[in-house]
Write a protein that binds this ligand. Structure first.
Ligand code: PSV
Ligand code: MN
Length: 398
């Protein structure tokens, strides 16, 4: 691909930020004081606006309901716009209320399933009010002991509940369904892997697609191969990017295994140019999002680091010599094929990204520019004054 085309493609790259990624987060052992953290929707949108301002590639903010609160969501939409961003995917929360101890849509009791369905409807209404084009679902449903519940009965309840929700989706929107192999359930999880989600999406219809959270796989899983399979089926809906070393660590994307990120983008870049129009269309519609927690870092800085990591991965993937790669593959020349990827991966893409940012009117060094802006110090002082420097006793998000 020539340089002009690479620049054009990089200029069109976007990723959604998670509102919860700007809030204080912790582990299940505790949450440390993070005086810079956003608490209100206003603060989260303001921080997301800064991350977008300095990178130019983060134009939408995903919401998590009810972590994000607003009396009138059309005002929430306007507030996002005032901060230079738009509302992205709406994420219902079906995993924290006591009623969900044994599941949500899979729960044996009809009343719990009805409560879950009501929350999903509320989220669909929020989509309508905010102009969101995606309902992003993750279910913590599962069990902790053999025999605890009937796998097939749970699956049937899940399909029934999702079918009801699917019918409520506004026009031109999608349902992204996420899988995770364990946690919080440790014996079985109802949507544990990409295959189980893909089977359910096929039953629901074309608006239902699979969301790959890079932290949701067992050690050693070949995520790029999963991505290729889902693209080939036209059922890849989106990503939650983050990094992991051991489990669902939610670390800054690109911090642990940037090579894996490159290999994922390599599949996406290849699909964007596929001869098959359905594969190309699927690749072009992928919803890219971050899903990470920043217990130790200023979230805006970590988000900027993440944006730079995905830009580098995509730039390198675009530089892969696809013709040479295809030739080497067809000749079963493994070494040349591997070298094609290594050549692209080892290219210093910082100069081309500098050019991209300059063309977008962005400072070529987003992190340095953000630090020099003084925004972090300003809001940290304001938030200490407003909330104090308290640490929470529990884990999770606040
Ligand atoms: C679950 O681990 C997950 O990846 C889902 O996307 C949730 O919505 C998100 O993290 C926040 O807890
Ligand atoms: Mn996720």
């Amino acid at each position: 691909m020539n340089r002009a085309e690479v620049i054009k493609r990089l200029r069109s790259q976007t990723v959604e930020t998670p509102s919860w990624g700007f809030a204080a987060s912790g582990t299940r052992f505790g949450t440390f004081p993070q005086p810079w953290a956003a608490k209100s929707l206003e603060e989260k949108l303001a921080d997301a606006g800064q991350a977008h301002k300095f990178t130019g590639i983060l134009p939408k903010v995903a919401l998590h309901i009810p972590w994000d609160k607003c009396d009138d969501w059309s005002k929430g939409k306007a507030l996002a716009a005032q901060n230079g961003v738009a509302i992205g995917a709406i994420n219902p929360n079906l995993f924290q209320q006591p009623i969900y101890q044994y599941g949500s849509l899979c729960h044996p009791e009809a009343s719990v399933r009805a409560a879950a369905q009501a929350h999903l409807s509320e989220c669909v209404d929020i989509m309508k009010a905010t102009g969101s084009d995606a309902l992003s679902l993750w279910f913590a449903d599962g069990s902790n002991y053999p025999g605890q519940d009937d796998f097939r009965a749970r699956r049937r309840r899940l399909i029934e509940g999702l079918t009801t929700c699917y019918a409520k989706l506004p026009a031109n929107t999608r349902m992204l369904i996420e899988y995770k192999f364990f946690e919080p359930a440790f014996y079985h999880t109802d949507l544990a892997d990409w295959g189980s989600v893909a089977l359910i999406c096929k039953r629901l219809g074309p608006k239902a697609t699979v969301l790959v959270d890079t932290g949701h796989h067992p050690q050693g899983t070949n995520i790029e191969w999963i991505v290729a399979c889902l693209l080939d089926e036209g059922i890849l809906g989106g990503f939650h990017f983050n990094s992991r070393k051991y489990a669902d660590d939610d670390l800054t994307v690109g911090s642990i295994n940037p090579h894996e990120l490159f290999l994922v983008y390599n599949e996406l870049a290849a699909a964007e140019e596929d001869a098959d129009t359905a594969v190309r269309a699927c690749a072009q519609k992928v919803a890219y999002m971050f899903d990470q927690c920043h217990s130790y870092k200023n979230p805006i800085e970590a988000t900027i680091q993440s944006a730079l990591a995905v830009q580098e991965a995509y730039a390198k993937a675009l530089l892969v010599d696809r013709a040479a790669l295809t030739k080497a593959r067809n000749a079963c020349d493994t070494v040349t094929a591997e070298e094609c990827l290594k050549e692209a991966y080892s290219t210093d893409v910082r100069p081309i990204l500098k050019e991209v940012r300059e063309a977008m009117g962005i400072d070529p060094n987003p992190l340095t520019a953000f630090r020099a802006s003084g925004y972090a110090e300003k809001v940290t002082a304001e938030r200490i004054k407003k909330y104090g420097k308290v640490a929470s006793a529990g884990g999770g998000f606040q």
